[in-house]
Design a protein around this ligand. Structure first.
Ligand SMILES: Cc1cc2nc3c(=O)[nH]c(=O)nc-3n(C[C@H](O)[C@H](O)[C@H](O)COP(=O)(O)O)c2cc1C
Length: 188
């Protein structure tokens, strides 16, 4: 019996997509997956002013949200922080009657300057899962199921990896649309 189909929203947050290699390739892959809506925040709001009601309506219309972004100073690009601050409102996403996101799921797709597997080793003290805890905590606070992260990055020969990463990401999104989340989904 086919699994129920989920509506998946990919929120792509990259301030310089025209110069991007990883997120640009991942975005092209995401665009081709049936059931996925790709929404580019910096494209939608070049002046940085977020249309909160429109963003909330988008969230309501989807079952799974994927935040896709490059790691900036072990954190998110500034417009994603603004989006979190302004869209996830008290009384809507949390607090009294704030149950709009209850039962939805959150997944992260992160690009990094080097190999994600180096996080937690060598000079990088913390694992990516540890660094991403604020987003995990925020998801849980809003009653969302946290589906962990997938990360792509390499210090050398990035171009040589792009098609594999794009294919891998497309498969992950396809699994999310199918509602088919394997136990080892958290890692790549
Ligand atoms: C302001 C800034 C801060 C960055 N901080 C980090 C960081 O903390 N950790 C990291 O691995 N890479 C960091 N990078 C590198 C980017 O994450 C990396 O270039 C990007 O993920 C590559 O994806 P793209 O090809 O889509 O741009 C930073 C880059 C910039 C411009």
């Amino acid at each position: 019996m086919p699994m129920p189909s989920k509506r998946v929203l990919v929120l792509l947050v990259h301030p310089h997509l025209e110069a991007s290699r990883i997120n640009a390739a991942l975005a092209r892959a995401a665009r081709d997956v049936e059931g996925v809506t790709l929404h580019q925040l910096y494209h939608a709001y070049p002046d940085g002013f977020i249309h909160v009601a429109a963003e909330q309506a988008l969230l309501l219309a989807h079952d799974v949200v994927v935040l896709q972004f490059p790691l900036y100073w072990y954190s998110v690009p500034p417009l994603l922080k603004t989006w979190l601050d302004e869209v996830l409102q008290n009384g809507w996403a949390y607090g009294q009657d704030g149950n709009a996101l209850h039962g939805k799921a959150l997944r992260l797709c992160v690009s990094s300057g080097g190999d994600p597997d180096d996080y937690g080793r060598h000079e990088q003290q913390f694992t990516l899962a540890e660094l991403l805890r604020p987003l995990e905590a925020s998801a849980r606070y809003c009653g969302m199921r946290y589906l962990g992260h997938v990360a792509y990055g390499a210090s050398e020969n990035v171009n040589a990896h792009l098609s594999d990463w794009a294919e891998h990401y497309a498969k992950q999104l396809t699994a999310l649309v199918a509602g088919d989340v394997p136990a080892d989904f958290d890692s790549r």
